[in-house]
Design a binder for this molecule. Structure first.
Ligand SMILES: [Cu+2]
Length: 147
């Protein structure tokens, strides 16, 4: 068995790569009139989220209120703003926690969604900001989904 060890090593290296690729999943959220479906999704760290049917819609983690721009995402995470009408896919969401996002053109109708990556590490922090209106409704959906 001249090649034994290196072959076994190569096999394990290849299977490790394959299992990493197989584990990361993409989750689809559909924009339907003035709502995202599903509104709340739970995913694993490293997964991605893609939006479909986004003609006339945006996915945006930046919320603006009286105190200025604010993001309801975990510390260390990076938010996003998709281009209008773009069937956007996030980068792998590696930071665990709750991510709220909204569709700006339909935010008046409450069009927003929740992504929970792994453990909802920042859920209490979001509650502590005393969210109002449609943001509060998203927060409540996040709370319900984590019970
Ligand atoms: Cu919309």
């Amino acid at each position: 068995m001249k090649y034994g060890k290196s072959l076994i090593g190569a096999f394990f290296a290849a299977s490790a790569l394959l299992s990493t690729a197989a584990m990361a999943a993409d989750h689809v959220v559909k924009a339907q009139v003035t709502a995202f479906n599903p509104i709340v999704i739970k995913i694993a760290p490293g997964d991605t989220v893609s939006w479909e049917g986004m003609s006339g819609h945006i996915s945006n983690t930046k919320f603006t209120d009286n105190s200025g721009e604010h993001e309801y995402i975990p510390d260390g995470a990076t938010g996003w703003v998709s281009a209008m009408g773009d069937d956007y896919t996030t980068k792998p969401l590696t930071v665990e926690g709750v991510y709220l996002y909204k569709c700006d053109p339909h935010w008046g109708a409450g069009m927003g969604g929740v992504i929970i990556v792994g453990e909802p590490t920042n859920l209490e922090a979001i509650g502590a900001t005393k969210p109002k209106g449609a943001t509060k409704r998203l927060y409540k959906k996040a709370v319900k989904a984590t019970k």
